[in-house]
Design a protein around this ligand. Structure first.
Ligand code: SAM
Length: 268
């Protein structure tokens, strides 16, 4: 905001931790590498730590901000000529696809809504070019985790089925005002092209993944009972005595896509 703006008291309920470290801001900008004609949207511009540096590079920027006071300030800036479109909205309900194809998404996200927001953005993946997001470090580690590691779970599999996930760097609490209680990290997500996507049956895939991780310690034979029969496990060479946490994204996709055996009888 401009120096004459009244002070804004950070709202904890909206996850308002404002970035102030110039080195981190420069690293995020370098990672995004914004170009003048990029179609770009920032989620949660707050006081503009990323917004203003982005506007030094792009011709226009969409902002999605839920805080009524902050949105009003940005609308005043738009009226004064800043090349922004202000959407006072909840990012969880915002129609990102409506902004057009090839959208670049950036944001230092409110951590309390990060998982549902990631699922919401994944649903619009076909309209996105890339995403650069600041999140709680532990969430970024779950997003990028590989099979058999403690952080690997539903979030890892569901996101990696739609995106290439690249953890970029960590950001300590002292870089924000007020400092959050947790470490943060910046992550890049690049949507997979249609041909690169591992699964053809996304609804069944989502169901199997939720079941397999719903009871992490149980074997696939138990968690996927009624969904995958012994013949399918055998045909795919997947041991039903394994746990979901050991399965790769490709193996989940194979289970989801394999035609259900004609001989299979549901136990119900
Ligand atoms: N981008 C600024 C920065 O880096 O300093 C602010 C980041 S702050 C962590 C999160 C921002 O997201 C705040 O501006 C907050 O008001 C906004 N926000 C919180 N919940 C939101 C939601 N559901 N939809 C859109 N914006 C939201």
């Amino acid at each position: 905001m401009t120096l004459s703006s009244p002070t804004h008291r950070p709202r904890k309920a909206l996850g308002q931790h404002f970035l102030h470290d110039p080195g981190v801001i420069a690293r995020i900008l370098a990672a995004i590498a914004p170009q003048p004609d990029d179609r770009m949207v920032e989620i949660g511009p707050g006081l503009g730590a990323l917004t203003r540096p982005l506007l030094a590079h792009v011709r226009h920027l969409h902002l999605v901000e839920i805080d009524r006071d902050l949105a009003a300030r940005w609308r005043a800036e738009a009226a004064a000529g800043l090349p922004i479109s202000v959407h006072e909205a909840d990012a969880l309900a915002f129609d990102f696809a409506a902004l057009g194809p090839g959208l670049r998404v950036v944001g230092n996200l409110p951590y309390n809504i990060s998982t549902p927001l990631l699922f919401h953005l994944a649903a619009a993946a076909g309209h996105l070019r890339d995403l650069h997001l600041m999140l709680q470090k532990e969430v970024v580690e779950r997003m990028a985790a590989t099979p058999g590691t403690p952080a690997y779970g539903r979030l890892s599999v569901m996101l990696q089925a739609r995106f290439r996930v690249v953890k970029l760097f960590n950001v300590p609490p002292g870089c924000f005002n007020p400092p959050p209680k947790v470490d943060s990290a910046v992550v890049r997500l690049i949507p997979l092209a249609e041909a690169e996507r591992p699964c053809r049956n996304p609804e069944r895939f989502a169901t199997l993944v939720a079941l397999a991780f719903g009871q992490r310690r149980k074997t696939l034979r138990n968690t996927l009972k009624g969904m995958v029969d012994a013949a399918t496990f055998a045909a795919l060479g997947i041991d039903p005595g394994r746990r979901g946490e050991t399965l790769s994204v490709a193996e989940f996709a194979a289970l989801a896509d394999y035609p259900v055996s004609a001989t299979f009888q549901s136990p119900d």
